[in-house]
Every structure is written in structure tokens, then in C-alpha cells.
Ligand binder design. Structure first.
Ligand code: ZN
Length: 197
């Protein structure tokens, strides 16, 4: 263990997801020996992300104004909404170039073991959007794991009585996996082959 500021930095870095104690130590010493201008840029980016980034008031994707870039784009269809768990899933689907509709970011998936129920996700907000009458298809693109499937099943039950077509991405996605790790081609094909639920 080190003293003072360097140990504080190691401790903070070690709290980040995917950063173990050894990586935390390596990054801390890298910062210590780095050019002050580079370190200032990093510190500025950390501060700015909390100051400037908020959530889109329509779809809850990350945004730098009231609405995100996708919701502000008039060329994107308002008739199809793709439901995802996290903003990183929006990025993964955008990379495929297969989708020209809008998104809805739930902020997670139903997970009773961790105390996450429908009320903890942005499901009420989704139903309010669907109540507007413009949406014709809802694509459920939650992760292909237990929590994602439970969430998709729940949403299908809630939405189908509204007379909106509900589809789920085709198989081919790695089961138990995370949408963001699927390669573009697999995810693109899953999109094209989506099926009614
Ligand atoms: Zn948006």
C-alpha cells in the first residue's frame, strides 16, 4: 500500500467496473508519469460527463440536450420503437445500420434477485409513449439472458393488448450474453429475422 494521493487514486480506480487491483495500480502510476496536459484532459472529461450529459426526455438514451441525437433526427421513423436495456445497446444496434426507428432505454432488466421490478425500469414511460397512437411495432431487444427474456415476456404481455405488433430479435445471438458484445453481422441478422411474439 502507498500513502496519500496515489493510494486514493488506486482506491478510486479500483471501484470502477472491470478494473482489478493490479490494473488500478498500473493506471495510477501511468497517470503519475503522464504529461500534465493529458491528465488535465482526462480530469476535464470526467467532470464534463457529469455536468453535461443527461438522459433524453423521450427515450432515456444519453443526450447533451433535452432530446438525444436520434430523437431529434426527423428522418427516423416514429412508428417503430426498439426497446433496449442500456444506452450502450443503442450504440451496438446503431453500428449494424439496420434500424431507422426510435429507441426506448429501460435502464436495466427485471431481476427479482437484485430487487429490480418493472417499477424500477422506464416501463411506465414506454407505455405512455405507446399510448400516443403513432407506434405500430415494438421491437424487444433486451439481452438474450434470463433477465432480458423475463423483461421481454413482461413487455409483450403489457403491450400486445394495445394492438401494437411486438417482435423479438431472432436467435443467433449468444444465449446468456450481452447485446453489446454481439458482432455487427450477427446483431444485424437478428434484426432482419425478428419474429412476432
Ligand atoms: Zn432520445
Amino acid at each position: 500500500m502507498y500513502e496519500g494521493a496515489i493510494q486514493d487514486l488506486i482506491d478510486e480506480l479500483g471501484r470502477l467496473p472491470g478494473v482489478g487491483p493490479k490494473s488500478a495500480q498500473r493506471i495510477a502510476f501511468h497517470v503519475l508519469s503522464a504529461d500534465p496536459a493529458d491528465v488535465n484532459r482526462l480530469a476535464g472529461a470526467l467532470r464534463k460527463v457529469k455536468e453535461l450529459v443527461r438522459f433524453c426526455t423521450s427515450c432515456y438514451n444519453v443526450a447533451e440536450s433535452d432530446q438525444c441525437r436520434i430523437c431529434r433526427d426527423p428522418r427516423r421513423s416514429e412508428e417503430v420503437i426498439c426497446v433496449v436495456e442500456e444506452p450502450k445497446d443503442v450504440v451496438a444496434i446503431e453500428r449494424t445500420g439496420e434500424f431507422r426507428g426510435r429507441y426506448h432505454v429501460l435502464g436495466g432488466a427485471i431481476n427479482p434477485l437484485e430487487g429490480v421490478g418493472p417499477d424500477n425500469l422506464r416501463i411506465r414511460e414506454l407505455l405512455a409513449r405507446l399510448g400516443g397512437g403513432t407506434v405500430r411495432e415494438l421491437i424487444l431487444a433486451t439481452d438474450p439472458n434470463t433477465e432480458g427474456e423475463a423483461t421481454a415476456t413482461y413487455l409483450a404481455l403489457m403491450v400486445k393488448p394495445m394492438g401494437i405488433a411486438v417482435t423479438r430479435l431472432a436467435s443467433g445471438l449468444p444465449v446468456g450474453g450481452d447485446l453489446e458484445y454481439a458482432d455487427e453481422i450477427t446483431l444485424g441478422r437478428a434484426f432482419e429475422g425478428r419474429r412476432a411474439v
